[in-house]
Design a protein around this ligand. Structure first.
Ligand code: BGC
Length: 497
C-alpha cells in the first residue's frame, strides 16, 4: 500500500480552530481493569524509548557522519547521501537592492506570492504584500501543467492588484524570485532540473524537467509577461533574507513539513567545482540533508512508514525529524499498542488505522495539555482517532509516545546543525565557534512546537558545550524566505548593470 500526503502537517498554518469544551464520558482515573489494559502497552513504550534514545554518543555520531557526508558530496556528485547542490548564488544581498520584485514560493501545503518594493541602502523595505493559497490535494498528484497553471493563475490575480505607483518602469518585465522547495539540480541561477519530488508530492511529468521552463510556459498560457531571475530552494531564500539584516548568518535550516539546510561555503572547499570561478570566492550550498540516514536510531515504525511511502528508502532524515511524519510515526505506535492492549477500550478504534490521520499539530496540542486529567489529549484521541474511551493512564502513555518521537526528532535536528557548523569550523578554525554565528531558522514545526525547539537547542548545547554554544544563535526568521527570493531576483536582475 502506498499513501500520499493528507494534511497540512506543519508546513505553515497551525490550526487555531476552537472546539467545544470536552467532557469525559468515563471516569478520568484508571480502574483496576483499566490499569491492567494499560500495562500491556507499557513494554511497547519502553522498547520505543530505548530504540529512539539519542544520548550524546548517538548525537556525536550523527554530527560527525553528516559532516563527513557533506565532504563526500562536495567532492563529487553522488559522492554521499547529501547532494550538496550548487546554487549558483555567489553574491548575497548587500542592502543596495532597489525596485519592485516578486517572490513565488512553492514548497509544501501552501504556495505564496509576494510583492516587495526595495528602497536601497537607506530605506531597505518600502513595502511588502503577500497572499497565500493552499494547494488542493489533487494537484499534488496531478500533472505538471495542472500544478503550474494553478500557480500562474494565482500569480496573475496577485499582479492585477499591483498599485500603479509600484509598477515596473516602462519596457521592463516584472522579475520573480522563484522559491521551489524540492531537490533541484541547478544549471544556472535561473534554471534547474527537478531531481525528485518529496513531502508527498507526486506530480507526473516534472522530474528531470526544468521547473523554470514549466513555470514560464504556464505564465505564457496566462498571458503574464514576467521572468524568473532567480530559482532558489527555500533554505537559500531564507539565508538570503536573514543575511540582508545580519552579516553573521552562515546557515539556514527549514523545519516544517519537510526539512533541509543550506550554508555559505568557500569555493576552495568544493572540489567538484573543478576550477569554475566565483567572483566572491563563496557560494551557497543546498545540502538536501533530508536524504541523510547514516546511524539514525530507527524503529520498526519508521521502517514500515518508509516502506509504504511514495518514496521508499529516500529522505530518511526528513522522515525522522520533520513535521509531515512525526504524527504518523506516533499513530503507528499507538496502533500497535491498541492491537495488544485495551488501552483505548474494548473495540479497536478504526480511524487509528488510517495513515496520516494523526497530525504533528495534534501531538503538539497534546503535549501542551496541562490539565489534571489530560482533557485535551482525550479530546484529540476521540476527535482524530475515534477513541471512544481512554483512562488517564492511557493518555499518559500517549503523551509519552509523543514526547519520545518529538524528542528524537528535535535532538537529531540539533545534531544535524552541529554537523554543518563543525564541518565549517574544521576547515577554518575559529571562523564559526570563535565568533557569533547565526543559524536562520524557518518552518512551522520549529515555530509552533516548543518541546521540539527545546530538544533541538539542548542537543546543540550538549554537543558544543555551554561556552561555544553561546556563540551559536538559532534565530527564527519568519517569512524571510519570500523576501530573500525577491532580493536574489534583484541581485540577479537582467536589468542590473
Ligand atoms: C526538500 C527540500 C526543501 C525542504 C524544506 C525537502 O523535502 O527536499 O528541497 O528545502 O523539504 O521545504
Amino acid at each position: 500500500m502506498s499513501y500520499g500526503l493528507s494534511a497540512a502537517a506543519f508546513g505553515g498554518a497551525f490550526s487555531t480552530a476552537t472546539r467545544p469544551a470536552w467532557r469525559s464520558a468515563v471516569p478520568a482515573r484508571c480502574s483496576l481493569a483499566a490499569a491492567d489494559s494499560v500495562s500491556a502497552a507499557a513494554p511497547i513504550l519502553r522498547d520505543l524509548q530505548m530504540k529512539c534514545a539519542t544520548p550524546l554518543p548517538v548525537l556525536r555520531h550523527v554530527a560527525d557522519a553528516l559532516a563527513a557526508d557533506m565532504r563526500a558530496g562536495l567532492a563529487a556528485d553522488g559522492g554521499g547521501e547529501l547532494k550538496m547542490i550548487l546554487t549558483y548564488v555567489d553574491s548575497l544581498p548587500t542592502g543596495n537592492e532597489a525596485g519592485l520584485f516578486y517572490g513565488l514560493d512553492l514548497g509544501g501545503t501552501n504556495f505564496r506570492v509576494l510583492r516587495v518594493h526595495l528602497g536601497g541602502k537607506e530605506k531597505r523595505l518600502l513595502d511588502t504584500e503577500f497572499e497565500q493559497v493552499s494547494i488542493p490535494q489533487e494537484l499534488m498528484c496531478g500533472t505538471t501543467e495542472e500544478l503550474f497553471d494553478f500557480i500562474a493563475s494565482g500569480l496573475a490575480k496577485f499582479v492585477q492588484k499591483e498599485k500603479d505607483k509600484f509598477g515596473p518602469p516602462k519596457g521592463r518585465e516584472r522579475e520573480i524570485g522563484f522559491t521551489f522547495s524540492f531537490p533541484v539540480k541547478q544549471t544556472s541561477i535561473d534554471s534547474g532540473i527537478l531531481i525528485k519530488w518529496t513531502k508527498g508530492f507526486a506530480v507526473s511529468g516534472t522530474v528531470r524537467r526544468d521547473v523554470v521552463a514549466c513555470l514560464n510556459e504556464a505564465l505564457k498560457r496566462q498571458g503574464l509577461d514576467m521572468r524568473v531571475s532567480a530559482l532558489v530552494n527555500d533554505t537559500v531564500s531564507t539565508l538570503a533574507g536573514a543575511r540582508y539584516w545580519d552579516d553573521n548568518v552562515m546557515v539556514a535550516v527549514i523545519l516544517g513539513t519537510g526539512t533541509n539546510a543550506c550554508y555559505i561555503e568557500s569555493v576552495d572547499a568544493i572540489p567538484k567545482l573543478q576550477g569554475s570561478t566565483y567572483q566572491s570566492g563563496k557560494t551557497i550550498i543546498n545540502t538536501e540533508w533530508g536524504a541523510f540516514s547514516n546511524g539514525l536510531p530507527l524503529t520498526e515504525y519508521d521502517r514500515a512508514m518508509d516502506c509504504e511511502s511514495i518514496n521508499p528508502g529516500e529522505q530518511i532524515f526528513e522522515k525522522t525529524i520533520s513535521g509531515m511524519y512525526l504524527g504518523e510515526i506516533v499513530r503507528r505506535v499507538l496502533q500497535k499498542m491498541a492491537e495488544v492492549s485495551t488501552m483505548f477500550g474494548d473495540s479497536f478504534p478504526q480511524k487509528l488505522s488510517v495513515p496520516f490521520v494523526l497530525r504533528t499539530p495534534d501531538l503538539c496540542k497534546m503535549q501542551q495539555d496541562d490539565t489534571k486529567d489530560l482533557n485535551e489529549v482525550e479530546f484529540i484521541l476521540s476527535d482524530a482517532l475515534g477513541v471512544k474511551s481512554s483512562c488517564l493512564g492511557s493518555r499518559r502513555i500517549v503523551t509519552d509516545v509523543c514526547d519520545t518521537i518529538v524528542k528524537r526528532g528535535g535532538r537529531l535536528a540539533g545534531a544535524g546543525i552541529v554537523g554543518i557548523l563543525q564541518k565549517l569550523e574544521q576547515d577554518f578554525k575559529g571562523s564559526i565557534f570563535g565568533r557569533r554565528t547565526v543559524v536562520a531558522m524557518d518552518g512551522g514545526l520549529y515555530e509552533h512546537y516548543p518541546q521540539y525547539r527545546s530538544h533541538l537547542k539542548e542537543a546543540v548545547t550538549e554537543l558544543l558545550g555551554e561556552e561555544v554554544s553561546k556563540n551559536v544563535i538559532i534565530e527564527h526568521t519568519k517569512d524571510g524566505s519570500g523576501i530573500g527570493a525577491a532580493l536574489l531576483a534583484a541581485a540577479n536582475s537582467k536589468y542590473s548593470t
